[in-house]
Design a protein around this ligand. Sequence first.
Ligand code: UDP
Length: 367
Amino acid sequence: MTVEQPLRILICSTPVGPLGSGVGGGVELTLHSLTLGLTELGHHVEVVAPAGSLHVGERLHQIDGNLQQSSQGAGRHAPIDIPTASVLANMWDFVRGHQHRFDVVLNLAYDWLPLYVAPFLRVPVAHLISMGSLTDAMDEAILGVHSIAPESIAVHSRAQADTFDGLADVRVLGSGISLERYDLQRTAARPAALGYVGRISPEKGIEDVAAVSARTGLPIRVWGLMQDRDYWNRIVAAHPSAELVYEGFLATDDLQAALGSCRGLLMTPKWVEAFGNVAIEALATGVPVIAYRRGGPAEIVADGTTGFLVEPDDVDGLVRAVDRLDGIDRATCREYVEEHYSAVAFARRAVLWLDAVVEARAPIDAI
Ligand code: UDP
């Protein structure tokens, strides 16, 4: 297999929810971008995902079964937990049965099972790890595969890699979006509003977004899956002078149109965000990003050019950055994404990786 040859790729989605549900967070967009980008480059892509998924790619295989619980907030010592009639197990049964039709399987699930079974399959498996270190059990699975097949693991950002003890040399892929789906809005709407996009969940640090609203008097338009309503209610109660306007979970077309009218996007995560797809989505619509200098967003935002990086947990710093938003050129934000984070650029990085995974696995097959 040479780099020039088209690959037959099976992409395995996350088992936490169907594509389009939002439960899979950034993984859903990553899968979409990779599928479009790889197809545009001439590769054959099929997708396997939980039943009820929105259609993507040439062929989507919908798999029944009970969904996996998301692992954010599970706690460091959480055991591996797989339900009966597991969709995750059923998806990997599908992989086993169809592996002969593919050159490589691209696993997007942050789950123990695919990491464990990969070495038993004949087809090489490439694991794109979507979150930083969360549990000892997942660390063991990821580092275990990395120790026997280092090339088969990749991550989204350097900061994400650094959360693991032993992935210093791992491949960093970034991410990407299909730019045709995002329109540049050259000016922000009036009256001005800031935006927050993401799951409503404690690791996202939405309390700091609320504090910015209270301090600046600017409303915050909020889009994302309501994963933790108690958390949301606590924030609203704790910041009575903040204006948080929850507008629901939108499909990408509607999200990008609404988001593009904002003066800026706030990203104040309390965890190490592995990448932060919403940062490149905002920039693609011309919206500058104000983010903590923590995790993936710190590697995306060019401080002073496409937004501002603020010391983690410094709300005063966020407020000062909001005051400087007028100094950011919105067209420059868009150009930055076109240069670094298009779906095709992302897919090219992925192909180099997948080729390396296939090459590395070849001698094992020959034994
Ligand atoms: N998203 C969406 N509609 C919304 C809000 C969010 O489709 O109304 C998507 C957004 O496009 C992004 C994902 O949710 O792809 C959030 O991903 P991110 O990488 O920012 O964070 P994660 O949820 O993976 O921690």
